[in-house]
Design a protein around this ligand. Sequence first.
Ligand code: ADP
Ligand code: NI
Length: 217
Amino acid sequence: MTSLQIINSTRDFVRKKLEKAESGHDWYHIQRVTKLAKYIGEKEKADLYIVELAALLHDIADWKFYQGDSSEGPKVARKWLTKLKVDKEIIDHVAEIISEMSFKGARVISHIRSLEGKVVQDADRLDAQGAIGIARAFSYGGYKQRLMYDPKIKPVLHKSATDYINSESTTINHFYEKLLLLKDRLNTKTARTLAKNRHKFMEEFLEEFYKEWNFNS
Ligand code: ADP
Ligand code: NI
């Protein structure tokens, strides 16, 4: 198989698998992240083949839905790429990117090593910000039956991945626990430039939200 054929069948495989996924990780999220990753990867001179494969496969199994086990995604990706007879070196690289890229709490350090991993992580983190980021957060909150806001519950900067996934927080708190922190955790200059507007939009949204919440005539 040529690289192009491998990309195309991987795209079909992921589309079929995530078409009906909950809205945080549906096929459209993968499409947006792949497009962003290719753009950033080109500007940052990364290997675009690795970037595209990792972007397509990055949410193939969500660690949050496997009791915090982050080995399931890389395992599924590995099995798939092995079936396509992709070089072992490339499979190892893609699997490593997938296992390291998720946000697991404000105080949990991520260990992305390669430029390609940094690019895909940045693309994923851009799609968690801005108008799309806001929509995804409330959609995820609804799916988990969380309150959108409760002024009595304060945000927490989680020290471990377990605390982070088990937290019973509100969706507004998720902005302080993750979304507003992302702009300072991007790896590349290209992503930092793209993040500016998205970040500002979230700040404006929160300002308007509190204004309406605290309405008095
Ligand atoms: P990532 O792809 O960066 O690892 P996640 O898998 O953690 O993101 O989450 C998928 C989407 O759901 C993201 O848009 C994220 O911000 C949102 N999300 C995750 N946890 C929460 C939460 N506790 N409340 C609201 N939204 C959340
Ligand atoms: Ni993602």
